[in-house]
Design a protein. Structure first.
Length: 557
């Protein structure tokens, strides 16, 4: 299964495309990032700016095209601080869905913290012990304590780098007074939570996200003299972070832009970022920071995988999205799989053998199969009027990969499998485009006949053969057991099929095979021969021979 995970953050929009393996681990096969500054000027309940929204939508449109190019099966998208605080956050999510088709959800700060923690713990071995995870974003900071399996403490704080920069960075270089105010604000926010973490103890502090990775790489270069290429599991001393703080705060914007290794797009946020990281490490009493390049997007993947193991197995078994979504809906409604697949098989056989009469193609054939598979799911609600319940469930069953008119057609095939025929006077039928409406009559008739041919739900019909003659179509029903009930039930819908195809139709049991008839005649002949005092060698087909008297016993002499 392929999955795309999108983090719509306050500072950047990130996406990874992953291949989920059978063992439920995953491999990143592509990643993209756009720094859109979504939260710039729009935090603390203010509206997201039109410029920021436009930039985010442009990035997400590109991400959607990339995901489609990889043929992903699902896109999981989460929006964080900027969207959840903005007064027009809901409008922004609606715009995303309308323009890209991506259904993003807003997650709470606590949920964001949990997802980041499970991602970091997936990438960094905690050895069964507790670790602290710090994630610094544009609008918020998440600090958690937990093991690989369980998050013990998790909090989100409104001290992200964009928020702090807009509020406290008023001079360039930053004045000592503003530095003290910024640090005081961070300590005030996190102190109580961090004190609880310190009392419980931990073995490692892990830092994730763009701000920490960027600053951590610079601090590591300060220690080793070279900028690390792979940041995961790189350990940076708290003293190196403190030295980097002093250097960055002594520079103005021009100096930071020339700082080797610093992303120019983060040059203005680096001031608040380095004060923030250093202050939290001091509060924790930590000696070092371990860098981790897994964050919220990987957490979204891990969370999805853990909650959808059965679905992932289904994806591997049924790679076609449309077929898989039909099967998943059927399974959610506890369908009778054997009966549903038998009805679909027989309906498709009738469709294929009557093509010259209905003139429909592969698209309509697919509707018939899916309508037949789902025809009885309404019994999940009630057997009474279950054909109507089936239609409702199909309409609202979140079938993926289908256009609205196709869902309507599939639903109506199920709707008319039991009784009645589709008429234009029916509102649901009238809503269909002309070609789909004309196709509905024969498709629903095939489903109705096929359902009758499994009336006992014992799958006794093995085959149907359609023969064209001068007086119409003759459907011969071949069965592996008594199928009188099936033929009777199918004939109840024969008028429906005749009107749909415009030709006379008969349905009858096929005569027994020639070999079976011959064997039957031989058995009768054998019984008759025994009754006449004759003997036949069973099954050899030879004429009976007259029984010979036993020879008299010979005596000696």
């Amino acid at each position: 299964m392929r999955l795309a995970a999108i983090d719509i953050g306050t500072n950047s929009v990130h996406m990874i495309v992953v291949q989920v393996r059978p063992d439920l681990s995953f491999e990143v096969i592509d990643r993209e990032k756009e720094m859109v500054r979504l939260g710039a000027g729009g935090l603390d309940g203010r509206a997201l700016t039109p410029t920021a929204v436009a930039s985010a939508l442009q990035a997400l449109t590109k991400f959607k095209r990339l995901a489609d190019a990889y043929g992903v099966d699902e896109i999981v998208a989460a929006a964080t601080s900027a969207t959840r605080e903005a007064e027009n956050g809901g409008d922004f999510l609606d715009a995303i869905a309308r323009e890209t088709g991506i259904r993003a959800r807003v997650i709470s700060g606590a949920e964001e913290a949990r997802l980041v923690h499970i991602a970091a713990a997936y990438g960094i071995d905690l050895g069964g012990r507790s670790g602290v995870v710090i994630d610094i974003g544009g609008g918020s900071v998440e600090i958690t304590l937990g093991t690989t399996r369980r998050v013990t403490l998790a909090r989100s704080f409104k001290v992200g780098v964009i928020r702090l920069t807009e509020r406290f960075v008023r001079s360039d270089p930053l004045s000592p007074r503003d530095e003290r105010r910024l640090e005081k604000q961070v300590r005030r926010e996190v102190r109580e939570h961090v004190a609880r973490i310190r009392r419980r103890r931990f073995v490692r502090v892990i830092g994730t996200s763009g701000t920490i990775l960027s600053l951590g790489a610079l601090a590591a270069a300060e220690e080793s003299g070279t900028l690390p290429q792979d940041l995961r599991n790189v350990r940076v001393g708290a003293r190196a972070i403190r030295r980097l703080r002093r250097r960055l705060l002594s520079m103005d914007q021009r100096g930071r832009l020339q700082f080797a290794g610093l992303d120019p797009r983060r040059a203005d946020l680096a001031v608040a970022g380095i004060v923030l990281v250093d202050t939290i490490l001091q509060e924790l009493g930590a000696d070092e920071l371990t860098l981790c390049d897994l964050a919220l997007r990987e957490g979204l993947v891990l969370d999805y995988v853990r909650r959808n193991a059965a679905h992932i197995a289904q994806v591997d078994q049924v790679p076609d999205l449309r077929r898989r979504s039909v099967i998943e809906l059927a399974q959610r409604c506890n369908y009778d799989a054997a009966h549903a697949h038998q009805v679909a098989r027989l309906a498709l056989s009738l469709f294929d053998q009557t093509r010259r009469h209905h003139g429909l193609g592969g698209r309509e054939r697919e509707w018939l199969e899916y309508g037949a598979l789902l025809h009885d799911i309404g019994t999940h609600i009630s057997y009474e009027a279950h054909h109507r319940h089936s239609y409702y469930l199909i309409k609202h069953g979140d079938l993926r990969g289908f256009e609205p008119d196709e869902i309507e057609a599939v639903g109506l095939i199920a709707r008319y499998h039991r009784r009645g025929a589709p008429k234009k006077s029916h509102a649901e039928v009238d809503r269909l485009p002309g070609p789909a409406r004309r196709a509905l009559r024969p498709l629903a008739a095939f489903a109705a006949i096929a359902e009758g041919l499994d009336r006992s739900q014992a799958q006794v019909v093995s085959k149907v053969e359609v023969a064209a003659g001068s007086d119409g179509l003759a459907i011969a029903v071949k069965a592996k057991a008594d199928a009188e009930l099936e033929v009777w039930a199918a004939n109840r819908h024969v008028d429906f099929l005749q009107k749909a195809l415009g030709v006379a139709v008969t349905i009858a049991l096929a005569p027994p095979p020639r070999q079976a008839a011959q064997a039957s005649r031989r058995r009768v002949a054998e019984v008759e021969a025994v009754g006449e005092g004759t003997r036949r060698n069973p099954g050899d087909g030879r004429a009976p021979t007259r029984r010979r008297p036993r020879a008299a016993a010979r005596t000696g002499g």
